[in-house]
Write a protein that binds this ligand. Structure first.
Ligand SMILES: Cc1cc2nc3c(=O)[nH]c(=O)nc-3n(C[C@H](O)[C@H](O)[C@H](O)COP(=O)(O)OP(=O)(O)OC[C@H]3O[C@@H](n4cnc5c(N)ncnc54)[C@H](O)[C@@H]3O)c2cc1C
Length: 370
């Protein structure tokens, strides 16, 4: 049994810890924050989970621990060009599936993972920030988020730049909701997403905007959302406080060094416009734990360069592909150039007419590139 130390008890660190423990490893988690307290009431901290992540979470037993009120599935995504006439509807029917993905309250998801970790006797040291002595183990896993102290202490370089946008997050209630559908509006005012919640008529809003809404009053923000969504879901009323996050793109050049692997946002942080960052982190966790299990069959112990390189090879290319795709979307849909806007609208309408292209896009969103 190998000793694995993990820094960061977020979604990536916890899911890896559970899978590695189920595979028979001795795992210990360290997190600089206090243990989370689950609060009742509406939470705008939601995450959209694709089919691959849902399958992984089900295999860990996490999914079944979620109450119905903290998760819902969706069957359709409607993508609109705010500055033009383009519109594409992606539907689970085209993939002959029941749904495209889930919207889950992130705190409830983390709480469910913590309960499973407890049941597996995984020890978590809270209020324990990264320190170099944590590296004394068979494998050290950095899962401490975008500003990873572990990555910095190990001198693992990144390619990074900030976006001139902040994500504004809150919950709205719509007077004309459309069941089972998520919505996106792209355009020069930044991508706006409305994700359906289990409470009928309510949506989580994620508006990645170049405008500084942080200083604006709530009624101004509400007026702007209603203008942008053009009444597609009736009138929208803001029902929670707004939260605001500056956005950045960041990629570690290497995910592994001797006896160390980075997973989740500590390895890659991408624009949330397609809701894929958390899905990438969960896939990292699954693949790294699978590689460790496979290594046992091959008779390789930890730490082993071959295992770590295999993990890096499998995960780095996909995260880069998503990072580049988000960048292309960000630039193409953010352009104020009328020529680009026309091509954009025509392109979207072409995709809308082409079931084959739609199936490819949906399959990547649901299961990843590889
Ligand atoms: C507005 C917004 C919307 C998003 N929507 C989606 C979505 O719909 N779908 C999706 O898949 N993704 C989405 N994402 C991305 C997703 O939230 C992240 O990719 C995911 O939460 C990253 O999880 P993580 O566990 O890797 O890192 P984190 O969640 O950042 O967890 C890191 C953990 O490490 C701990 N930590 C930090 N520093 C230290 C230290 N020095 N020592 C010890 N512990 C430390 C922290 O306390 C934390 O518990 C969104 C992101 C944003 C900003």
């Amino acid at each position: 049994m190998s000793q694995i130390n993990i820094v960061g008890a977020g979604l990536s660190g916890l899911s890896f810890a559970i899978k590695a423990r189920l595979g028979g490893e001795n795992v210990t988690l360290f997190d600089k924050s206090a243990p989370p307290i689950i609060t009742s009431g509406l939470s705008s901290n939601v995450i959209s989970i694709n089919k691959r992540s849902a399958r992984f979470l089900k295999s860990l037993g996490v999914f079944d621990r979620l109450e119905d009120s903290s998760r819902t599935n969706f069957q359709e995504i409607v993508v609109n060009d705010s500055d033009g006439i383009g519109r594409v509807k992606f539907s689970s029917k085209a993939l002959q599936e029941d749904y495209l993905g889930f919207i889950i309250e992130a705190d409830a998801l983390r709480y469910a993972m913590l309960e499973i970790a407890k049941s597996l006797d995984i020890h978590i040291f809270w209020q324990y920030p990264f320190a170099l002595d944590l590296l004394k183990c068979d494998l050290f896993v950095g899962a401490d988020g975008p500003n990873s102290a572990a990555r910095q202490a190990l001198g693992m370089k990144t390619l990074q730049y900030p976006y001139a946008q902040s994500a504004n997050v809150c919950i709205v209630e719509a007077t004309r909701p459309i069941e089972g559908a998520a919505f996106q509006w792209f355009g020069k005012e930044g991508p706006l997403a409305l994700l359906p919640l289990s409470q009928s008529g309510r949506y989580a809003v994620i508006w990645s905007s170049p405008q500084d809404f942080g200083m604006q009053p709530d009624d101004y923000f509400e007026k702007e959302i209603n203008r942008r969504t053009r009444g597609d879901l009736g009138k929208l009323e803001v029902s929670t406080k707004r939260r605001c996050f500056p956005l950045q793109q960041k990629h570690a050049l290497k995910y592994v060094v001797d006896g160390v692997a980075l997973i989740g946002d500590s390895a890659h942080t991408i624009h949330p416009l397609a809701g894929q960052g958390g899905n990438l982190g969960l896939a990292d966790a699954e693949v790294l734990a699978d590689e460790i299990s496979l290594s046992k069959i091959e008779g390789l112990g930890l730490p082993n360069k071959k295992i770590l390189r295999r993990y890096q090879r499998k995960r780095r290319s996909e995260a880069l592909m998503f990072g580049l795709t988000m960048e292309a979307f960000h630039r193409f849909y953010g352009s104020p150039n009328p020529g680009v806007q026309l091509v954009r609208s025509l392109g979207m309408n072409h995709v809308q007419e082409n079931d084959h292209l739609k199936r490819i896009a949906m399959s990547i969103a649901a299961y990843g590139f590889f």
